[in-house]
Write a protein that binds this ligand. Structure first.
Ligand code: NAP
Length: 287
């Protein structure tokens, strides 16, 4: 980041809470590396104030915003345009300034895709177990469908939610590739090895001692486990995957790349892998 002056561009994050965010570290490190005169700040927005926040940001000439919980869907009513993927997913996490207002994007899913690619994990043609049916899992299911995953077994505690997500993703993607299941029926999965994406909130700090499924037999079916959680960086899910011979990854690179893609959209630049590695190092030190 350069010295703040009359030319400094502002980007930021709107959400509630925002106090725990690592996004300023990502964007201010990138601005410094790229010698951009840009500053990124978190804005705590109260419930019911999202529309005013977006309008106010536009009036203040803010270049771009990230959006976090609980406003990723709500913010869509305040935008002049929404990218196709974000529209399908039904969630926006990045606003890019255009002539009459902001255009909404979802960089969480391309972020996850880039994170998987950086670990040499391929989605195309794979059989995937997806744990969870909340906001993150829903978006992962859309991404799997759009990346030609062969089949996704979507396991969730509330099976109705799993069914609703599967119906929606299958209908919108025009492929019957998401198979909903109750979480407790995991022993009915076909007897083979899977890539498993852990998208429940079980195991998230401070409740770190549990995984959403504790049975070792389940983990014998997993060759690669990707946990969206990055705090802690070694979750119980990851430990169980490794104990049963699989490779395990946490979600910090997903966080990194969703930020990088947003930064690229705001500034019309391409962030190199060596720059990404430096930002990741800073994140690892702080997360
Ligand atoms: P969410 O919408 O609240 O969904 C939570 C999910 O966890 C639901 O499927 C829920 O099942 C399940 N769950 C919660 N407690 C459970 C329990 N005790 N037993 C079984 N299942 C349980 O949350 P989200 O926004 O999707 O986020 C999910 C996780 O992804 C969070 O840990 C978040 O930190 C992480 N995440 C990471 C990134 C990243 O950049 N790395 C980005 C987004 C999210 P029910 O439907 O049955 O309640």
């Amino acid at each position: 980041m350069k010295m703040i002056d009359g030319h400094t561009r502002t980007c930021g994050l709107i959400g509630n809470p925002v106090e725990h965010t690592l996004s300023p570290l990502i964007h201010n490190t990138l601005a410094k590396q790229l010698n951009h005169n840009l500053v990124y700040v978190p804005f705590h927005v109260e419930e019911g104030q999202v529309h005013q926040a977006v309008d106010g940001a536009f009036a203040l000439n803010i270049l771009g915003l990230n959006v976090t919980v609980p406003y990723k869907s709500q913010v869509m009513d305040s935008l002049v345009q929404i990218d196709d993927l974000a529209q399908k997913i039904g969630a926006v996490n990045t606003l890019v300034r255009c002539e009459k207002g902001y255009k909404g994007y979802n960089t969480d899913m391309p972020g996850l895709y880039r994170a998987l690619a950086s670990e040499k994990i391929k989605l195309e043609g794979q059989e995937v177990i997806l744990l969870g049916a909340g906001g993150a899992a829903r978006a992962v299911a859309f991404m799997c469908a759009s990346k030609n995953v062969k089949r996704v077994y979507l396991l969730n505690r509330s099976v109705e939610k799993a069914k609703a997500v599967a119906d929606e993703v299958n209908a919108k993607s025009g492929r019957e590739c998401i198979y909903p299941m109750a979480l407790e029926n995991y022993n009915e999965l076909p007897d083979q090895k899977f890539l498993a994406i852990q998208a429940t909130s079980v195991g998230l700090h401070p409740n770190v001692e549990h995984a959403v499924i504790e049975d070792q037999a389940f983990y014998q079916r997993i060759h690669t486990g990707y946990d969206l959680i990055y705090k802690p960086r070694d979750t119980r899910f990851m430990q169980l995957v490794r104990e049963n011979g699989g490779c395990a990854f946490h979600g910090l690179k997903m966080l990194l790349y969703q930020g990088i893609i947003a930064y690229e959209l705001w500034n019309d630049v391409s962030v190199s892998e060596s720059m990404a590695a430096q930002v990741y190092k800073a994140l690892e030190e702080r997360a």
